[in-house]
Structure formats: C-alpha cells, structure tokens
Ligand binder design. Structure first.
Ligand code: NAD
Ligand code: ZN
Length: 250
C-alpha cells in the first residue's frame, strides 16, 4: 500500500488549533512503537490468556499470583521501554498550545516520562501498587512474582490500575469529560475505541462541536465521527503535526 499523503490535513491543523482547546486521547497503539504490545494486536496474549481475562477483580480474587505474574511481565517490559517520537511530539505540542489536555488509557507512564504535564491517566499506572486492606500506595514490586507483594500492614498489594468492571477515579473522569465537551479539536490516537467509557469521549467532543481526527493505521468505530483520519502510525503523524505547529504558531 502506498503511503497516504498527510499534507492537506497538516495544512489545516495549525489554524484550527491556534488559541483553541485541544484534547488528545491515546491508547495502547501509541506505545506499540516503544515495544509494548497492545491488548488486541499480535503479541497481546500472555501465556495463552487474554489480558481482558486477567485484568479483572474476579481474576485477582481467584488467582492473585497469576494476575501478579502477568503484571510483573508487563512491568519488566516497561523497564526497558522509552518514550517514542509520538510521546515526545505530544509533550512538545503541550509547550506550544497552552490549552491542551492529554487523556490516556495507557498505564505505562510513558507520557509523563516524555514530559507531558497536563495529563489525565484514566486507568492509573503500572508503576504503583495499592494495598487491598488499607489502600496505602507503594512502588510496584521490582522482582519476579512469587512471592506476592504485601503492604507494611500485612495486606495483599494489587496493581494501582483500573481493571475491567471497575469504575474510573471520578475526579479524573470528570476532568476528561469537561475537557472533551469544551474542546475545539479532539485527536484519537492509537486506540481501538472499544473500551468504555474512554471510547465515549470522542462522541462527547463531536456532539459539542469539536473536530475529531483519528490517528491510527487501522480503521476503528470512531471513523464515521471523524472530520479527518490519518491512516498512519503515531510516530509518523504526531511529529509532523508538532512540526507544522512550530512553523505556524509563534
Ligand atoms: P487496543 O489494543 O485495543 O488498540 C490499539 C490500537 O492501536 C489499535 O486500533 C491499533 O490499530 C492501533 N495501533 C497499533 N499500532 C499503532 C501505531 N504505531 N500508531 C497508532 N495506532 C496504532 O488498545 P486500547 O484501545 O488502548 O485498549 C484499551 C485498553 O488497553 C486500555 O485499558 C489500556 O489501559 C490497555 N493497555 C494499555 C497498554 C499500555 O499502557 N501501554 C498496553 C496494552 C493495553
Ligand atoms: Zn496496607
């Protein structure tokens, strides 16, 4: 397949973004090029289990060791991963655009590592663990599991992430909804847009009159909402957008 020509869309964005609020929603696809597998793509399986079956309170209840081994594997991958050109371009854009909010479904901490500050991590972070008894937070375990990590109170620790079937932190979610409703432009980057409620943010933005743009090499259910689609990888599109902005926004 030939490379899509992104120029017409890139020419349009600086004017659209100047002075107006931008929201960017990212998913696992933006970290794929940092070597972290997406959930649904190839390499997204772990020991024959679907992550969707391991990232649940029920799975933890019935076999905490299996769930922790899955997270220890993800943490190990994470320790070798660095922010890529896509993460870095979003951090640069935040410095040019004063009204930009970055909302991520990722738990890998790579946006913060890249320097993004106005960041809402909807699903928490892998790097932190939380006590199932006293709710105290501590750094995620560094070594292999078993042994199961425990809190200083003796309670079992769990990853401080939001599992399937659990509610998002209300203040984080409300901030994301407000940002989506108020923005003029909304980018959906590297997410299959099937995990609710994050997937509803683009819809809220579109209803509020925002221009929605999708950045994803594959088509997703968001496409019909979109004012424009960039069918290419995040590391190709985001640096090009950041460059177009630097050129045109003083
Ligand atoms: P997903 O696996 O469902 O979808 C990934 C999407 O990224 C796909 O649509 C794919 O076409 C696209 N993609 C792949 N490579 C890309 C690239 N180079 N550039 C742009 N897009 C690319 O992921 P999702 O929608 O984020 O699923 C949601 C759940 O997965 C979330 O709960 C999230 O917490 C979790 N998750 C997080 C991580 C992480 O933190 N890195 C990794 C795996 C899963
Ligand atoms: Zn405790």
């Amino acid at each position: 397949m030939s490379e899509p020509d992104l120029t017409p869309l890139l020419d349009l964005l600086p004017e659209l973004l100047a002075g107006r609020p931008l929201v960017v929603l990212t998913g696992a696809g933006i970290s794929a090029e940092s070597g972290l597998p997406t959930f649904r793509g190839p390499g997204g399986m772990w020991e024959g289990n679907r992550p969707e079956d391991l990232a649940t309170p029920e799975a933890f209840e019935s076999d905490p060791e299996k769930v922790w081994r899955f997270y220890a594997w993800r943490l190990e991958k994470l320790r070798g991963a660095r922010p890529n050109e896509g993460h870095l371009a979003l951090a640069r854009m935040e410095r040019i655009l004063p009204r930009m909010t970055l909302v991520t479904q990722n738990v890998d901490g790579l946006h913060a590592a890249a320097g993004s500050r106005n960041l809402l991590e909807l699903h928490g972070t892998l790097l932190v663990a939380r006590c199932t008894k006293c709710a105290r937070r501590s750094p995620a375990p560094e070594g292999p599991v078993p042994p199961l990590p425990v809190c200083i109170c003796g309670g079992l620790l769990r990853p401080d992430v939001v599992w399937f079937g659990e509610p998002l932190a209300p203040e984080t979610w409300e901030a994301a909804v407000r940002a989506a409703e108020e923005c003029a432009v909304f980018f959906v980057v590297g997410t299959s847009s099937v995990v609710a409620p994050a997937s509803s943010l683009a819809l809220l933005a579109a209803r509020g009159g925002a221009y929605v743009f999708e950045i994803n090499p594959k088509e997703t259910p968001i496409a019909p909402l979109a004012a424009g689609v960039f069918r290419a990888s995040a590391t190709k599109v985001l640096p090009a957008i950041a460059k177009a902005l630097v050129r045109t926004i003083p």
